[in-house]
Design a protein around this ligand. Sequence first.
Ligand code: 26Q
Length: 803
Amino acid sequence: MTSINTVEKMKKAVRDKLKLNFGCTVDEATEGQMMRASALALREIMADREISTKRNTREKHLRQVHYLSMEFLMGRSLMKNAYNLGVGDILTKALDELGFHAADVFEAEPDAALGNGGLGRLAACYLDSLSTLEIPATGYSICYELGIFRQRIVDGQQVELPDDWKELGSAWLLPKPQESEKVHFGGTLRRFWDNDRLHVVLEGATEVMAVPCDMEIAGYKTNHVNCLRLWDAKSTTPLDMSLFSQGEYLRATEQHAMAETIAKVLYPEDNHIEGKSLRLKQQYFFVSATVQSVVRKHIEVYGTVMDFHKKNVFQINDTHPALVIPELMRILMDDAGLNWDEAWEITRQSVAYTNHTVLSEALERWPQELIQSLLPRIWEIIVEIARRYQDQVDEFYHDPAKTAEMAIVWDGQVRMANLCVAVCMAVNGVSALHSDILRHDLFKDAYGMTPEKFQNVTNGIDHRRWLSEINPGLNHLIIELTGGDGYLMHPLELKKLEQFADDHNVLDRLSVIKLENKERLAKHIKRASGVVLDPNAIFDVQSKRLHEYKRQLLNVLHIIALYHALQDDPGMEMRPHAFLFGAKAAPGYAVAKRIIRLINSLADQVNHDPICKDKLQVAFLENYRVSMAEVLMPASEVSQQISLAGKEASGTGNMKFMMNGALTIGTLDGANVEMHEVLGDENMFLFGLHADEVVRRKAEGYMPQMVYAHDEKLRRVVDQLKFGFRDGVSYDDLAQRLLMSDEYMLLEDFASYCDAEQRMAEAYADRDRWNRMSLLNIARSGIFAADRAVAEYADNIWHVDHR
Ligand code: 26Q
């Protein structure tokens, strides 16, 4: 076993890696090279452990979890791995002693940004808990060449740049070409009888090689190491002119082209779907490679597929990997020779589905011709699953309306969510409210038929990363007050902090830590964008993907109202208030991009108006990403979670803010509901319609113009959008959207939101009260740890042991 457990050994390991991999000494090395050499040193520790973890799983015949997700938003790994391996301090000292600023070396690591937002970050947090809880598990996705785009703001507008992360980020990846799998697209099916069995073979298909690149995932205080398997796409054949004469040249070219493009780029849409054929190819590519490799390894150990479901479970992270269902059926029947019923029983008991959205534009539906031509055998299997399910539904309900509603194939489309609900042994939502909406609205008919399938697992976050690692000041205070670092393994121990809720000394220390974190953030922002923030201002933050349902625009409307109040009374007493935004918009989402521009126009106006001096600031933080969130969360005081009730499945940013002591202004949506349950009205600022009221209000016929007509303050704000600001850009389009449809009911919730902001400002003025609330938020955030969520999956869905 390698043991790099002293500063001297770490220095030697880093020097050796530098020499071997870059042919240079410490004196010649760049920070990037130091970062990569450090990564290789840590991999040295993890490699042995991964091997013994695998051996243990094999020898003890443990059930394995396969977490399938199109996205894993990993962020940086160097600090994280060092921390989990218990060598964080050693690595930091070693780098310092080698003449580098450890912090600069950590900063040199690019984010592995193979995800859009919440869903991808959730998968990354769960990987940490899966290892820490010693669950045999593997994550599977695509090794995208380009992650989520880098965002630049030019003249107030978002510009997208490619995120070429692999150059430096590949330090964590271990390609395993010997474990490659072949994935087939297109072609035609041929059937023949042999040995009393009907065989199905695919002929003339385009073949793409899937090459696994593994990333080790170390758990905290354990030798358990899982891995994240990212499939890269390669052509199986070299482009060979001699094929031309054999009429094969075109096909070879096609194979090359497909192999080149499949793993090229992550689709930057989140909660919105365009049925692009490349996206479907990506989905099948990684799903097929995964199932083939899992089945192959299972047979290697057990010699048969008959008990496959007892030893394996696939978790389907939203419907994006749903093709795992027909693909497993295909392999069990066509490759392993099982009949339909045998394959069905195994498949059914091997798959579980997590839903992450109820927005209809985000529910995956694929045109049937696309699946038919690209995946002919998969299409046949889907049709058969759909037919049998339809029979079951008919028999249960005898209601054509329900048959239509629950159909898997309907109107020329394949509905992936219905496929998952029909087949999976478990279906879960990601917060209490969201799971209720699944049961009683989105999937109500399926719930009526198989209620036992439906579960809730409220999301959680990796609290070691999102508290301990990124907020060392708070971490130390917690360790001191709770008598040790027990909360790292047992997050509910944060509760012990409650006994200090009235301890002025502790509350003061809490506010000093917050101030230091605010100063650190202010420095970062100044360096990155030149904006100078006042660390004494309230840091009021909304950071998340830009989407109309998340209502960044509502936040803007309120800021404009504040600005109007200042214009009316420039002498108005107010605590300096800094509104910070971080958000990427999907490149094709025009309205979202307009809202980004509006935020920048407003920032320009406010930050240049002398009446706002020492009172009001607005900043749009360019290129919001995991590594920025790590600086932002510890510095935040107000967390904006203001989606229209019923639309945000859970939210996980809300939990990160809470854990770092920010107070929430929010609607009763997603996991805010559970936050409210533990905090009560007195420790958060709730506003707005409830989910059921939204439904009722819409049914009555919501008329935004009426709200506009009756609220003078709101009228002035919306009119201001039409005029625009000093840059002369009019936002009449956004104003019209609000007045004409206001799908997400901003106008309806405006007054109530302003009231909550007012209550928040009053609470902030009473420093002791505020700090007390902040402390209680931290103390009660333990339930939002990913360890708790993953343990629930393990107990209630996967049925696997954990520590
Ligand atoms: C699908 C097909 C084609 C192109 C893109 C997509 C696609 C990609 C990403 C659809 C959806 C997503 C991402 C969804 C997402 O992040 N959902 C969020 O999941 C979080 C974790 O459960 C929740 O906390 C958030 O509430 C939810 O919005």
